[in-house]
Design a protein around this ligand. Structure first.
Ligand SMILES: Nc1ncnc2c1ncn2[C@@H]1O[C@H](COP(=O)(O)OP(=O)(O)OP(=O)(O)O)[C@@H](O)[C@H]1O
Ligand SMILES: [Mg+2]
Length: 138
């Protein structure tokens, strides 16, 4: 395994609905550049959109870092969503289908996890939330 090297990356604020749209567009563009299949592009964009919305709604805003990554012959897109909000006190619960602390459907986190190849969350009560996702060419 070689270490993935970044070729193109961008950091975007996630503070408004318009920012969420921009993140979504950037992920779509990089997913196309990475030559992900149309299905994988759509899955990744959907996951990124859900995570950006969580950053905005529950994290009180934060930022997204999206980059095209390479590992030998494979290319992929990695996206990080980070906020310094209240964090998630019970991650297992938050990842349960249908569980929401607000008025959502409770499918954003659990659904996102299923839509991408790599999904990690780093969070704790009072310590903010960082979610990293990535999908590679197959
Ligand atoms: N960045 C975050 N900071 C703090 N809590 C979060 C964050 N992201 C998710 N959560 C918590 O995890 C719960 C589950 O998130 P998830 O996205 O699955 O559902 P939802 O946003 O409530 O509904 P939806 O299906 O509309 O996305 C949220 O209700 C919220 O309590
Ligand atoms: Mg959500």
């Amino acid at each position: 395994m070689t270490t993935p090297t970044t070729s193109t990356g961008e950091r975007l604020p996630v503070r408004t609905d318009a920012d969420v749209v921009r993140v979504r567009q950037l992920v779509r563009t990089l997913a196309q550049q990475a030559r992900l299949s149309l299905v994988d592009q759509t899955k990744l964009v959907t996951a990124a959109s859900e995570l950006a919305r969580n950053t905005l709604v529950y994290g009180g805003g934060g930022e997204a870092e999206v980059e095209l990554v390479r590992d030998g012959a494979r290319t992929g897109v990695r996206a990080l969503f980070a906020d310094e909000g209240p964090g998630i006190p019970d991650l297992d619960l938050a990842l349960t289908d249908g569980w929401t602390s607000g008025g959502g459907l409770g499918l954003g986190l659990s659904g996102s996890r299923r839509l991408v190849q790599h999904f990690t969350i780093d969070t704790a009560a009072g310590a903010g939330t960082r979610v990293e996702i990535a999908t590679w060419t197959r």
